[in-house]
Design a protein around this ligand. Sequence first.
Ligand code: GYE
Length: 306
Amino acid sequence: GGDDAGSGNGGGGDDKITLGFSQVGAESGWRTANTKSIQESAASAGIDLKFSDAQGKQENQIKAIRNFITQRVDVIAFSPVVESGWSTVLKEAKDAGIPVILTDRAIDDPDTSLYKTFIGSDFVEEGKKAGDWLVKEYNGKTDPVNIVELQGTPGAAPANDRKSGFADVIKADTKFKVVASQTGQFTRTDGKAVMETFLKSQPKIDVLYAHNDDMGLGAIEAIEAAGKKPGTDIKIITVDAVKDGMTALSEGKINFIVECSPLLGPQLMDLVKKVNNGETIPQRVLTEETTFTPEQAKEVLADRKY
Ligand code: GYE
């Protein structure tokens, strides 16, 4: 196509789309795979990507978005580290005429005019799938089931929603008791440290529900160090299905994984192009995902790309 006067390229004369992307950080295997997907698909779509890593801090993301506005990028996309506190900076982007795409995580602002679309998973649904598995696993049993929960980053959509979706399903049966629930920051290190304290403070743990694989993998180290068998003495449910998680699942150290795909890059680039062309796009683009048992993990492990 020819030169588009409205493309906002700063008059550089080249009609490449410029995308400013603010990433959460590098807290997990999921995040690393997500970053790679975005960088690779930008390159193959011929999109000029300005990538900024917020190192887990909202203030860094706000700064990055303001920089993108100053640079007059064509489109801004970001994965909000927490759900709240975005209205001011997103109004600035809107006033500057720069479209915003929410990637991976939603915000809690009711003003949907602040962004063009939200592409990502349904985290409530993921929490429900984790709960459904548990209900089936303990079907017909009446003894209390003591659950410990490792939550994601406080205030993050996947932490809030995976917690509430799970709680909604298990509340139907009073034998399920969440005896401890704390953040493990979506990292292996914190997952391990918090599981250590759970093991010390809780006399009986039947199930661990971790909001991502990395925290589950850290917890496995703590469980083994305490002389217990992960997957057997303590049943483990996680979310993501990255390769390390799938490996532990295939070895029976994790019992069930709810998939959350990090490979959002190709779809994001497609949306960026459409938004830049002024095409209408759906307000919500859902990621397709499944669940895995140990047997299913064994079947797909060799082909798992991330
Ligand atoms: O599950 C977790 C990561 O926002 C879906 O963030 C993402 C979550 C993912 O740190 O591993």
